[in-house]
Each structure stands twice: as structure tokens, then as C-alpha cells.
Design a protein around this ligand. Structure first.
Ligand code: NAD
Length: 291
């Protein structure tokens, strides 16, 4: 049993904190939302009145916040001043590589070990404890984080030094955004060429056009396993979050002087899709704009 502070109990963090409590850890939870706090209390967490209060007297602090600026401010304003010297800091939020490295450096300056551990898998995986964690940090940081992350996930992989967990997340999601659009446009073209969607799936899913976007998350209703397409694109992975990840990837690519023409086009298409009011729709719903 480990004493853990959990800060950021939203769609993802709520289920993750509940799984840590369920695994027998002593979880001190904090969020700005009263509703999120009430759910955490019902899931067996103790409620803290502030991030600073949550951070003191625990062995591990997990954050699951919206973006880099939230992580930066919670770390700077609450965690660095109140965490014990031996406390491990694990940030599971999806944020930019530069901020992940900056907070890890600032933590090291205070004698603290920090790792970035963004996740693959959505709200259902957070609730079901089946997330994949990609971890950036030292060997010691990873060794200490791994058993805690195992209690919230099905796979915990050490990507490398600080920031490489975030790099893995954005490179993965850049592939996802581009392959989803490619899969959608192929289904839209097949329809116009009078090729039945199920027949196309049967062929492409065992041919070189196969991808996760096709065989695990098919954007066409009634084809392949159950996916958001079968529920009018409700639930699933929101287009707004896909756009956030593509923007992070494009910013990182610019900083690294990397050529990412497909990622750039995917970002432009998701930008237009989100601006048209589809922010909360599943990202595979972009097929509707291609038909
Ligand atoms: P969310 O908006 O539902 O939750 C974020 C929570 O952080 C909110 O409850 C908010 O009140 C809280 N918060 C914000 N500032 C705070 C502060 N200063 N102190 C304490 N609490 C604060 O977001 P989410 O969907 O849970 O996503 C969290 C992170 O996980 C994001 O970085 C997102 O990109 C990433 N992610 C989300 C999904 C998904 O499917 N939702 C999947 C993978 C990764």
C-alpha cells in the first residue's frame, strides 16, 4: 500500500484514482470541481482541500490535468513547495515535450524525481484499468512508477529519458489521425465506386491497407467490431482531443525541424472538423465530411 496524491479527477483521472483506491492504496484526491471530488470520495479516496494539502506527506503524486500550463502551475505553485523530498512525481497528462522536460528539470533542481507517463486508451480504459502508459524518465523513476501505473493499466513501457513518453504519445497519435483520415476517405471512395463497405473491409482488413483505424475502430456503422460509428459517433475519442494531440505533434515537429506533411494535413482537416462544431464528436466522425 502506497500513500498517493491524485490531482485532476476528470474523465480520465476519476477512473484512474478509483482504480488506485481499489488496489488498496491510500489515495488523497484533489480537483477544482466539487462534482469530481464527490465521485472520488464515493470511490474510496480521501478528499484534500487543495493541491498543496494533497501533496504533503505522500510517497507518490499523480497528476492528470488538461494541458501543459495546468501541469506547470500545479507543479510550481503547489507540488514543489509541499512534496516531501523522497516523493515521486508522475504526470499522466498529455502535454508538450518542452514543458514535460522543464518540469522534470525543475523537480530535479529541488531534489525530486519526476516522470512523464501519458496514456493511450480512453475513458473506458481509464475506468477499466487497461490503459497503456509510455514513460519518460530515469531508470530509478521508471522502477518506482511502474508498480503504481500497473494498478491502472495493462502495459507500462519505459520510452527513455524525460519527455520521451510525451514524444511517443504524440508520434503515435499523429499516425492515428492520419490513418483514420486515410481509412475514411478510402471507404468514401469505395462507396462512390459502388464497392460495398463490408466487402471492402473483408478485403482491406487482410491486405496491406489494414490498420488499427480499420479493424479496431472502423468508421463505417455495421462494419467490423463495435465502434463509435455504430453510435452516431457519440462517445469514443473526441475530435477536439485528437486536434489537441495533432497540434502538440506539429509544434514538436517544428521545434525539431522534422518533415511531417501527413501530420500537418491531418491537423488542418481536424481543425476544420472541430471548427464546424464537432469538437465532442468521435474523431472517426470525420468520415461524414469526406462522403
Ligand atoms: P478533463 O477535462 O475531463 O479533466 C481534467 C480535470 O483537471 C478536470 O476535472 C479539472 O477540474 C481538473 N483541473 C484543472 N486544473 C486543475 C488544478 N489546477 N487543480 C486541480 N484540478 C484541476 O480531461 P480528461 O479527459 O480527463 O483528460 C486529462 C488528460 O488526459 C488530458 O491531458 C488529455 O489530453 C489526456 N487524455 C485524455 C483521453 C480521453 O479520452 N479523455 C485519452 C488519453 C489522454
Amino acid at each position: 500500500m502506497t500513500a498517493i496524491a491524485f490531482i485532476g479527477l476528470g474523465n480520465m483521472g476519476g477512473g484512474m484514482a478509483a482504480n488506485l483506491a481499489e488496489a488498496g492504496h491510500e489515495v488523497k484526491a484533489f480537483d477544482l470541481s466539487e462534482n469530481a471530488l464527490a465521485k472520488a470520495r464515493a470511490a474510496g479516496c480521501t478528499i484534500a482541500q487543495s493541491a498543496a494539502e494533497a501533496a504533503s506527506g505522500v510517497e507518490v503524486i499523480v497528476t492528470m490535468l488538461p494541458a501543459g500550463k495546468h501541469v506547470q502551475s500545479v507543479y510550481q505553485e503547489s507540488l514543489f513547495a509541499h512534496a516531501d523530498e523522497s516523493t515521486l512525481l508522475i504526470d499522466c497528462s498529455t502535454i508538450d515535450v518542452a514543458t514535460a522536460r522543464a518540469v522534470a528539470d525543475a523537480a530535479a533542481g529541488k531534489g525530486l524525481i519526476a516522470v512523464d507517463a501519458p496514456v493511450s486508451g480512453g475513458i473506458a480504459a481509464a475506468e477499466g484499468g487497461t490503459l497503456t502508459f509510455m514513460v519518460g524518465g530515469s531508470d530509478e523513476g521508471f522502477a518506482r512508477a511502474e508498480p503504481i501505473l500497473q494498478d491502472m493499466g495493462k502495459a507500462v513501457i519505459h520510452a527513455g529519458t524525460n519527455g520521451t513518453g510525451q514524444a511517443a504519445k504524440m508520434c503515435n497519435n499523429m499516425i492515428l489521425g492520419a490513418t483514420m483520415i486515410a481509412t475514411c476517405e478510402a471507404f468514401a471512395l469505395a462507396e462512390k465506386l459502388e464497392l460495398d463497405a463490408q466487402k471492402f473491409y473483408d478485403i482491406a482488413s487482410v491486405s496491406s491497407g489494414q490498420s488499427w483505424s480499420m479493424t479496431s475502430y472502423c468508421p463505417v456503422p455495421g462494419v467490423g467490431p463495435q465502434s463509435p460509428a455504430d453510435k452516431q459517433f457519440q462517445g469514443g475519442f473526441a475530435a477536439g482531443l485528437m486536434l489537441k494531440d495533432l497540434r502538440l505533434a506539429m509544434d514538436a515537429a517544428e521545434g525539431a525541424n522534422a518533415a511531417v506533411p501527413m501530420g500537418k494535413r491531418a491537423r488542418e482537416l481536424y481543425e476544420a472538423f472541430v471548427e464546424a462544431g464537432n469538437d465532442r464528436l468521435d474523431f472517426s466522425g470525420i468520415i461524414e465530411t469526406l462522403k
